[in-house]
Design a protein around this ligand. Structure first.
Ligand code: SF4
Length: 103
């Protein structure tokens, strides 16, 4: 229903409103609104969407994925075809936390 609570709660700004573009350049994350600057990014024009590069599944931060826990419509599901190990997710968390203010 696009309430946006997930975007507010995500500790790594991994969730974006529909139609907002993002791009990673030189290990820094940017949000773009200029369509001409977008080449290959995944984005949805209609619904909130999640950037896997920035999602740690909340490992090491919260007991469970805070966005999934908070969603009253059960709209967030794990992608079982792209499972990441807990070690990988924790390493991603550590990496993202070195980028305070840049994500
Ligand atoms: S699981 Fe955690 S890190 Fe991943 S999108 Fe949800 S709130 Fe953000």
């Amino acid at each position: 229903m696009n309430c946006g609570i997930c975007e507010i709660l995500c500790p790594y700004n991994a969730i974006y409103p529909g139609g907002v573009n993002w791009r990673k350049i030189h290990n820094r994350y940017f949000m773009f609104c200029d369509e001409e600057l977008i080449h290959d990014d995944f984005w949805s024009p209609d619904h909130y969407y999640l950037v896997p590069d920035k999602c740690t599944e909340c490992v090491g931060k919260y007991p469970e994925a805070i966005c999934k826990t908070a969603c009253t419509k059960n709209a967030i599901h794990a992608d079982m075809e792209h499972k990441e190990s807990e070690e990988h997710l924790f390493a991603k968390k550590e990496y993202l936390e070195t980028m305070q203010g840049l994500i």
